[in-house]
Design a protein around this ligand. Structure first.
Ligand SMILES: Cc1cc2nc3c(=O)[nH]c(=O)nc-3n(C[C@H](O)[C@H](O)[C@H](O)COP(=O)(O)OP(=O)(O)OC[C@H]3O[C@@H](n4cnc5c(N)ncnc54)[C@H](O)[C@@H]3O)c2cc1C
Length: 480
């Protein structure tokens, strides 16, 4: 087999999709892999992007292939040990263990984004230094077509420009992917590389992250401190959609890592209208009388929080084109481009599938590379045919599974709970007729997103038919 073409890869983006793909290709024997990342380092701490990932069985298909799942487990809090403490406005607390609905499900691991990206980076440093080079502080600024090749232009922080003409370009550069946008501009009339957007009640919600000390005090009582491996929900004393607020903290394995408290609300919430650090300080003081805030939030953190722009949950979206080929890259004449992760599917974090779907993209790409002996002209169309229906189903699942979890609307959240528990109960009683709610089915990594959506839709149809029959029977009884 001619292996000479298994080289010269440029990956734009050093997030989970970019570094995961670099490791996967290196493991498959590819050479000369370069990752271009605009951030200064793998574990670079950005307060408003310091969310946690839950790497489930789906994401672990890739970490198993890369043989790093045990290292992942060492850095994480397993979902089997996930404890959540709810702290009410009067300081009363209740701790519950996350129920495990399916005991056969693979253990999932919680860890901060920066720790996961750092794990992938260290793996490269330890085992693949001769094969993979990572250029931090370097941005891909342009991609040009030159006959049957694409030329990548990068710029370092010192304004130095470099050009690359690789065999394979991987767009792992997230939501605002320059790779996808360039493909869109190059594909004149088709809209294959344009993001198609679908509404969701959680998109548009605004978020900011408060950084708290690692084991911050929960009260004035000595020794009463937050445990790093515990998740917390801290409710405010305020009422009403525009004033009530909640701090959400996910568990960290490392007891020395600063805690991050997410604040997620509608964009017209009062907290986003506050302009000075004094106003913000006063707001928190009134909102959380149950906490010794002076000891928890430093003046510098209040100032940073006030001036931070925060972020907004994206609209669920995907593009149907996942690849493009110029020439014959397997003969070293031409360039192939593949898009993975957020570059092709992006959505709010409701179902925790952002990172898992990105890792599954890479795993499926690797399976197809194995089937086609790394022949890109065969592998990429096959990848698109196989993955496209699942991406479409994933975006629909995001819309329907749990968009009301951010306390936006009490009634809608209650209706969601009724629907969830009704399906769970019916599934336990009549498993051949009813499936559990899609929010639970997603946790079964052996089902594809398309299979999960089919199961969910079938149960919806049966429930609608039974509901229709019940109404009809009631009407007939009334008429009689
Ligand atoms: C607030 C929030 C909470 C989230 N919570 C969760 C969660 O709980 N669970 C979950 O699974 N997912 C969550 N996600 C989604 C998750 O972050 C993404 O799905 C995941 O990171 C996708 O990985 P990626 O590598 O495709 O993209 P990204 O993580 O976005 O990485 C892209 C990388 O490309 C780099 N880059 C971009 N453009 C260029 C360029 N031109 N040149 C060089 N480098 C470039 C970026 O700096 C970045 O490092 C959340 C997202 C948000 C916004």
């Amino acid at each position: 087999m001619n292996q000479s073409y298994k080289k010269s890869v440029v990956i734009i983006g050093g997030g989970p999709a970019g570094l995961g793909t670099a490791l996967m290709l290196a493991k498959r024997g590819w050479q000369d892999i370069t990752v271009i990342e605009q951030r200064p380092s793998a574990d670079y701490y950005e307060p408003d992007k310091s969310f946690s990932y839950q790497i489930d069985g789906r994401g672990q298909k890739l970490t198993d292939f890369l043989e790093i799942t045990s290292k992942l487990a060492d850095l994480s809090v397993p979902n089997t040990d996930f404890y959540f403490t709810l702290i009410q406005k009067d300081g009363t607390r209740k701790t519950t263990k996350l129920p495990i609905a399916d005991s056969k499900r693979k253990t999932a691991y919680w860890l901060p984004r920066a720790s996961f990206v750092q794990l992938l980076y260290q793996e490269i440093q330890q085992h693949w230094q001769d094969t993979i080079q990572i250029l931090f502080n370097t941005e891909c600024v342009e991609i040009q077509q030159i006959r049957e090749n694409l030329k990548i232009i990068t710029q370092s922080q010192a304004q130095e420009k470099q050009t690359w003409i690789p065999t394979l370009i991987v767009g792992g550069d997230g939501l605002n992917s320059i790779v996808r946008q360039t493909l869109h501009q190059m594909s004149d009339q088709s809209n294959s590389f344009e993001m198609q957007k679908f509404p969701s009640p959680s998109s548009g919600l605004k978020y900011k992250v408060l950084t708290l000390p690692p084991q911050f005090p929960l009260s004035e009582q000595e020794g009463d401190v937050a445990q790093s491996t515990m998740a917390y929900g801290i409710r405010s004393s305020f009422k009403g959609r525009k004033k009530a607020i909640s701090l959400g903290l996910l568990p960290f394995k490392n007891p020395h890592t600063p805690r991050t408290a997410n604040i997620i609300t509608y964009p017209d919430h009062q907290i986003w209208q506050l302009e000075t650090k004094e106003e913000v300080k006063q707001f928190f003081k009134q909102a959380f009388p149950q906490l010794p805030l002076e000891k928890i939030i430093s003046t510098e953190e209040i100032a940073r929080f006030t001036s931070s722009g925060g972020g907004t949950f994206p609209i669920p979206q995907y593009c149907s084109g996942l690849y493009q080929i110029w020439g014959k890259p397997e003969n070293n004449q031409g360039t192939a481009v593949i898009l993975l992760g957020d570059a092709v599917h992006c959505f709010p974090p409701d179902i925790g599938q952002g990172v898992n779907s990105a890792l599954e993209d890479i795993y499926i790409f690797q399976e197809i590379l194995a089937e086609t002996q790394d022949n890109l002209s065969q592998a990429l169309p096959r990848y698109q045919n196989l993955r496209q229906p699942d991406i479409k189903a994933l975006i629909r699942l995001v819309q329907i599974s749990y968009p009301w979890q951010y306390n936006q609307d009490t009634l809608r959240k209650r209706l969601w709970s009724i629907n969830f528990f009704l399906r769970l109960l019916l599934n336990r009683l009549l498993p051949f007729l009813f499936n559990p709610h899609s929010f639970l089915l997603i946790q079964n990594h052996e089902l594809s997103y398309s299979e999960i959506l089919d199961k969910s839709n079938r149960t919806t149809q049966v429930l609608s038919m039974l509901g229709g029959l019940a109404i009809l029977t009631l009407l007939l009884k009334l008429l009689n």
